[in-house]
Write a protein that binds this ligand. Structure first.
Ligand code: NAD
Ligand code: UPG
Length: 431
C-alpha cells in the first residue's frame, strides 16, 4: 500500500520506517528541511534503538521524505503525526495539527479516489469530529465519508523502545466510521498482524479510540502515583516499598509493571496527557479530583528528596550532586523530567548544583545555564555534601569508590539504583 506520514518527529519517523519495513511504500512529509534531508540521506532524525537500521535499509527504496504535501495524493492513506503540546493551562495547543490538517486538505482537493486520513496525534475526544474533519471538508471541498474518511489510530510506543513497541504491540486500536476506513486499516496492518499472530484489534468509535489513548497513559501515571504514595507511607513506617510492590504485583489484577516507586513520572506524554484530560474535564464541567491528586503526588516527590537530604545536611551554600537529568534512562529527553523540579528546588534553597547525565546535560544547560555540568558521576560527587539520584541509568548501579570523594557521603536515591555502602548515609525515597 502507498502510505504518507505527515510529521516526522518521534512518532512519525518510527511509524514511517516501520511501515516501510512491513513492505509498504512510504512518504514521510515534514516542513523541516533538515529532517527531510536526513531521512533521504539514509539517517534518522531521532534516536531510537533499531530505527537507524530501518531508515538506512529503506531510504531511497520504500521510504522517501519530502516537504511537499502534494506527494500524499500518490498515496492511499495519510497519517497525521503532528505535535500537540500543552498550553499554560494544561489544555493542548492544536495549532500545528490544524495547520498540518489544512495542508492535507489542500492536497486532497485535487485527489479523485477515496483517501483515508488517520490521526496518530493524541487529541481530546471530539477534536477529530468537531475540528479536524470539518477543516478537511472546508479546505478540500470534499465530503467526509464519501471522497475521504478520517480514522483514529492512537500510538502506544514508549521512548527508548519505539520500534519494538510498534512492531510488537499489545493491541491495535482502530477508531473509524464505516467499513471502508476499517478495511483500509486492516489492509495496512495486515503484515504486522501476520508477524504477531493474535494481536487484539479493538474496533471502536473515534471518540472511544482517543479516550483509550488518554486512559492508557493516565492509568499508568496514576499507578505510579499510587505506588509513590504507598511508598511514602512505607518510608514513614520503616517498610521497604519494593518488597511490598513485588508481592502485590503477583496479583494479576494489579500486575507487576509500573510499580517502581521514587521521584515520579515525567516525559513528553504522561504530564501533557494528564494535564490535557484534566483541563478538558474541567471545561466540560467535571472536577477530576483523583487526577489532580495523581499530579500533586508526582509533583511532591522531588521536594521530598530535598527534605530527606536536609534531615542530614544543610544544602545552603553547599555543593550538591544531581545524578541523572533525563526523564528516563536511554534518552537525552528532559521534557517533564523530575530533575527540573529537583534543580529548581536546590537553587531556591541556595545550593550550588553539580549535575551529571551521560547524554542529557546539553538539554538541561539550556534551562539552567548556571548549574555546573560535569563529565562523570565521580566529578559530580567530588566535594559534594550530598547526592540526589534522579534517573535510573545503569551506570549508577556500579558506583562505589566514587563516593569516597564526597565531603559528606549522604545519598538520597529517587530510583532504587545506587548500592549503599559502609560510611554512607543512604536514604531511599520510598524505602
Ligand atoms: N513521543 C512519543 O513517544 C509519543 C507516543 C505516542 C503518541 N504521541 C503523540 O504523537 C503526536 C506527535 O508527537 P511527537 O513526539 O512525534 O512530536 P514531534 O514534535 O517529535 O514531531 C512532530 C513533527 O511534525 C512536524 N510538522 C509540524 N507541522 C507540520 C506540517 N504542517 N506538515 C508536516 N510536518 C509538520 C514537525 O516539524 C515535527 O518534525 C503528539 O500528539 C504526541 O502526543 C507521542
Ligand atoms: O514503574 C515505573 C515506570 C515508569 N516510571 C517513570 O514514568 C515515566 C514514563 O516512562 P515510560 O512510560 O517508560 O516512557 P514514555 O516514553 O513516556 O511512554 C509513555 O508515554 C507514551 C506517549 O504517549 C506512550 O505511548 C507509552 O505507552 C507510555 O508508556 C518516566 O519518567 C519513568 O521514569 C516510574 O517512575 N516508575
Amino acid at each position: 500500500m502507498n502510505v504518507s506520514v505527515v510529521g516526522s518527529g518521534y512518532v512519525g519517523t518510527t511509524v514511517a520506517a516501520c511501515l516501510a519495513d512491513l513492505g509498504h511504500e512510504v512518504t514521510a512529509i515534514d516542513i523541516d528541511t533538515e529532517i527531510v534531508e536526513t531521512i533521504n540521506s539514509g539517517e534518522t532524525p531521532i534516536h531510537e534503538p533499531g530505527l537507524a537500521e530501518l531508515v538506512e535499509t529503506h531510504a531511497g527504496e520504500r521510504l522517501h521524505a519530502t516537504t511537499d504535501h502534494a506527494a500524499l495524493r500518490e498515496t492511499d492513506v495519510t497519517f497525521l503525526a503532528l505535535q500537540t503540546p500543552s498550553r499554560e493551562d494544561g489544555s493542548i495547543d492544536l495549532g500545528a495539527l490544524e495547520a498540518g490538517t489544512r495542508d492535507v486538505g489542500e492536497a486532497l482537493a485535487e485527489k479523485e479516489d477515496y483517501h483515508l486520513v488517520v490521526v496518530k496525534s493524541t487529541v481530546i475526544p471530539g477534536t477529530v469530529e468537531e475540528r479536524l474533519e470539518p477543516l478537511l471538508e472546508e479546505v478540500s471541498g470534499q465530503e467526509a465519508g464519501e471522497q475521504f474518511g478520517v480514522a483514529v489510530n492512537p500510538e502506544f510506543q514508549s521512548q527508548g523502545s519505539a520500534v519494538a513497541d510498534f512492531m510488537g504491540p499489545d493491541k491495535l486500536v482502530f477508531g473509524a466510521e464505516g467499513e471502508r476506513a476499517l478495511d483500509r486499516l486492516d489492509e495496512l496492518y495486515a503484515p504486522l498482524v501476520a508477524d504477531n499472530g493474535g494481536i487484539p484489534i479493538v474496533e471502536t468509535g473515534r471518540r472511544e479510540a482517543m479516550m483509550v489513548k488518554y486512559a492508557n497513559n493516565v492509568f499508568l501515571a496514576g499507578k505510579i502515583s499510587l505506588i509513590n504514595e504507598l511508598g511514602n507511607l512505607c518510608k514513614e513506617f520503616g517498610v521497604d516499598s519494593y518488597d511490598v510492590a513485588e508481592a502485590i504485583g503477583l496479583d494479576e489484577r494489579i500486575g507487576a509493571k509500573f510499580l517502581r516507586s521514587g521521584v515520579g513520572w515525567g516525559g513528553s506524554c504522561f504530564p501533557k496527557d494528564t494535564d490535557a484530560l484534566r483541563a478538558a474535564g474541567r471545561e466540560a464541567g467535571y472536577e477530576p479530583e483523583l487526577l489532580d491528586s495523581v499530579v500533586a503526588v508526582n509533583d511532591g516527590q522531588p521536594r521530598r528528596m530535598l527534605d530527606l537530604l536536609e534531615r542530614h545536611t544543610n544544602v545552603e551554600g553547599r555543593r550538591i550532586a544531581v545524578l541523572g537529568l533525563a526523564f528516563k534512562p536511554g534518552t537525552d529527553d528532559i521534557r517533564g523530567s523530575r530533575a527540573t523540579l529537583v534543580i529548581d528546588d536546590l537553587l531556591d534553597r541556595g545550593a550550588s548544583v553539580a549535575a551529571y547525565d551521560p547524554v542529557a546535560s546539553d538539554a538541561m544547560a539550556e534551562k539552567f545555564p548556571d548549574v555546573e555540568y560535569v563529565e562523570s558521576a565521580q566529578a559530580a560527587l567530588a566535594d559534594a555534601h550530598g547526592a540526589l539520584v534522579v534517573t535510573d541509568w545503569d551506570e549508577f548501579a556500579t558506583l562505589d569508590g566514587e563516593f569516597d570523594d564526597m565531603e559528606q557521603q549522604i545519598v538520597v536515591d529517587g530510583r532504587r539504583i545506587v548500592d549503599s555502602r559502609d560510611g554512607m548515609t543512604y536514604e531511599g525515597l520510598t524505602w
